[in-house]
Design a binder for this molecule. Structure first.
Ligand code: HEM
Length: 395
């Protein structure tokens, strides 16, 4: 590796945004590059759109367990997160999860999510100049998730604080004390267990917890622990949406001619949401473990070796996207794989995330004086393409 090549497994790999040149170079190479995560785990880098899609869809060959990503998740209980199990266990959990994410249930969130975004925007607006990352992007996803989960109003400030503290965890400004982080996860897990138990004894209620309590899977109801664990995973979804929201505003303010297109024709906003998702690619990669010897892009990979599926590269693959480095709010079709490459693990919260983005972009489009108030500062993490500070003014 030459000195100009970023170390993709290092927390600073994305501090200047997506390392496009390096990814393009990797896509054009024979075979696959390989890097290690400084804990001794080595990953083959899968970077082409077609290869990421194929690996995502073949859960038998590309297993979700165990990967290094499972480590920090196993703090709260012995139960495994939906992201890190394979079929058939995954199929059971996923089927259940989908009950809480039916198009009708998600459509029912349109009004409360719109209200959440309106309220958060109105509060930020009063400041005139504000940090969009902390004042808006940190607030919206956790509030939307509280609506989805059905957290009681009185407990929401606590849940908001908890969820916000989990965002940008790996940045040096945030706690590096793993004991403290583990404690925080346990606290929230206990809270969700108590809430689930309470609902079980009283009224299940309308939100996600209510659905999980009253939906049998193969005639069996989920345990309190399983529900609490699943709800924790949902709350974890706030970090990727946080990255998407801030990235959306930066993309629009950096490309005023594209913002002008939306001002002229706001019916283009849903198409723009897809381009924002491609452009930002909030989740940079997911890992898989190969179960049998195989070959990807001419590269031999041995059973039990790890691969990283780089969505950040696949979404800029010239073989699929014309002029990929152009932010084009009218791009259509837009086969980005921001929510995964289409396998059984594809993101379950995608409709909710898109809804939040749509509402936020509507506000940005309706602000004639909106402008960047300073440079964007990226967080130190190679898992999300995450801006931790974006000064914005509305004068
Ligand atoms: C823009 C925001 C979001 C992005 C970019 C994103 C991205 C992703 C990606 C890349 C995956 C892995 C796909 C794979 O391995 O093939 C995933 C899985 C998942 N996401 Fe999201 N996500 C977002 C928002 C959310 C939200 C809001 C929720 C919860 C309401 C959520 C819940 C989940 C769950 C539960 C999984 C695991 C699904 C499974 O393994 O079956 N995500 N997401």
């Amino acid at each position: 590796m030459t000195t100009t090549e970023p170390d993709l497994m290092h927390s600073t790999a994305f501090v200047d945004g997506i390392p496009h040149e390096y990814f393009r170079d990797l896509r054009d190479r024979e075979g696959l590059a390989r890097g290690d995560n400084h804990e001794g785990d080595q990953f083959w880098y899968i970077v082409k759109h077609a290869d990421v899609v194929a690996a995502s869809r073949d859960t038998q060959l590309f297993s979700s367990y165990p990967t290094t990503m499972t480590r920090f998740r196993e703090v709260t209980s012995k139960l495994r997160d939906i992201s890190f199990i394979d079929p058939p266990d995954h199929t059971r959990m996923r089927r259940l999860a989908l009950k809480a994410f039916t198009p009708t249930r998600i459509a029912g969130l349109e009004e409360p999510v719109g209200r959440v975004v309106d309220q958060v925007w109105a509060q930020a607006r009063e400041l005139g100049e504000f940090d969009l990352a902390t004042e808006v992007s940190l607030e919206v996803p956790v509030r939307a998730l509280a609506e989805l989960i059905g957290i009681p109003q009185s407990d929401r400030p606590y849940a908001y604080e908890w969820a916000k503290r989990t965002v940008n965890r790996s940045h040096p400004d945030y706690t590096q004390d793993t004991q403290q982080t583990d404690e925080m996860f346990r606290e929230m897990f206990e809270y969700l267990k108590d809430l689930t138990e309470h609902r079980r004894r009283t009224e299940p209620g309308e939100g996600l917890i209510g659905v999980l309590l009253s939906t049998p899977v193969r005639d069996m109801l989920l345990t309190t622990e399983e529900i609490a664990q699943f709800t924790m995973t949902m709350l974890g979804g706030s970090e990727s949406t946080y990255s998407a929201l801030t990235g959306a505003v930066l993309a629009l303010l950096d490309n005023p001619e594209q913002l002008a297109i939306l001002r002229k024709d706001p019916t283009q906003i849903p198409t723009a949401v897809q381009e924002v998702l491609r452009w930002v690619t909030p989740v940079t990669h997911f890992a898989r473990r190969v179960t049998e010897d195989t070959v990807v892009n001419g590269q031999e990979i041995k059973a039990d070796e790890l691969v990283a599926l780089w969505f950040s590269s696949a979404n800029y693959d010239e073989r699929v996207f014309t002029d990929p480095l152009k932010f084009d709010v009218t791009r259509h079709p837009n086969p980005h794989i921001t929510f995964g490459g289409g396998g059984p693990h594809v993101c379950i919260g995608r409709l909710l995330a898109m809804m939040e983005l749509r509402h936020l972009i509507q506000h940005v489009v309706a602000e004639p004086g909106i402008a960047l108030g300073g440079p964007a500062v990226w967080a130190h993490t190679n898992f999300t393409n995450s801006i931790r500070s974006l000064p914005v003014s509305l004068h």
